[in-house]
Ligand binder design. Structure first.
Ligand code: AMP
Ligand code: MG
Length: 274
């Protein structure tokens, strides 16, 4: 007897607009019936679908696609880029890691640097951190006054609305790990010479602000998940599930765009290659 197709993660993990997510109620070890034994095969299938879909998307030059990755330090943003995005041909794909703004960036509005990196038609742009930092780290550290950052949720929604109404598909992944998992990953970074470069002493100060980050994350999820630009909360303690979930949600979304290889713009009947 064949097993029923599991419920799509795109529906299970999507944050309904306006709903109040309490992250403490989301189990970061949740796997929604997927199991590790078959995960490698399922992930490979998802990646193969992504490779085919991106090839078509790029050929068609019709739809821009924007992927936003957010999550607390060590949640797995870099790892997601490495594992999932390898499905894509680098042509037609870009990754931008948003860092502490430069002086030039600070001389502009906070969306200036972001808008420059949004995808054109046929392109997939990945944001490793994003404009959401301007209501996360900026809020937690009081980098600008509350009356400034508190207006940004509406501004961000308006910005994303501009992109989606111009044809861009937006997917936003919030990677959710718990404090114990972060501790283990930080320790691993300290112990492994190949990972030590990722660890900064300041990471420990940020870790102390865990609850403030969670409150800021929850507000983002409540106010900025829209039908056109939804947030997905990805249980991310288990890296295999995180990768599988992102690949599946992405592939299902790209499939809806149904990208097609375009016909030739010239009449090629009877053309012979000699
Ligand atoms: P990483 O992702 O580990 O390379 O670190 C990038 C750092 O840049 C993180 O500590 C972010 O919080 C910080 N960052 C990113 N965007 C902003 C922003 N708009 N304002 C202040 N800090 C930021
Ligand atoms: Mg870091």
């Amino acid at each position: 007897m064949s097993r029923a197709r599991p419920h799509p993660l795109r529906e299970l993990l999507r944050v309904k607009p306006g709903s109040r997510i309490r992250l403490a109620d989301v189990d970061p070890n949740e796997t929604h019936g997927r199991d590790k034994e078959t995960a490698a095969r399922t992930l490979q299938k998802g990646l193969d679908r992504l490779t085919d879909l991106q090839d078509r998307l790029w050929a068609e030059q019709k739809h821009p696609v924007l992927i936003v990755l957010q999550g607390i330090d060590a949640a797995g943003k870099d790892g997601s880029v490495r594992h999932v995005m390898t499905a894509f041909n680098p042509m037609g794909c870009s990754v931008t890691s948003f860092k502490v703004p430069t002086l030039i960036e600070l001389a502009h509005d906070y969306l200036w640097r972001v808008h420059q990196r949004t995808p054109g038609k046929g392109e997939i742009a990945i944001f490793n951190r994003s404009h959401y930092e301007d209501v996360l780290v900026v809020r937690v550290h009081d980098i600008v006054p509350k009356q400034v950052w508190s207006k940004r949720y509406d501004e961000i929604n308006a910005f994303e609305e501009l992109l989606t109404s111009s044809g861009t598909t937006i997917l936003k992944f919030f990677l959710w790990i718990d404090r114990d998992e972060q501790k283990a990953r930080f320790q691993d970074r300290l112990d492994d010479p190949a990972k030590r470069w990722k660890f900064r002493l300041g990471d420990l100060d940020e870790r102390k602000l865990w609850d403030s980050y969670v409150a800021a994350d929850e507000e983002v999820l409540r106010r900025c998940s829209t039908d056109a630009a939804p947030w997905y909360v990805i249980p991310a303690n288990k890296k295999w599930f995180r990768n599988l979930a992102i690949a599946e949600i992405l592939a299902d979304t790209l499939e809806d765009l149904d990208p097609q290889y375009p016909p030739s713009t010239e009449d090629l009947t009877g053309v012979v290659v000699e």
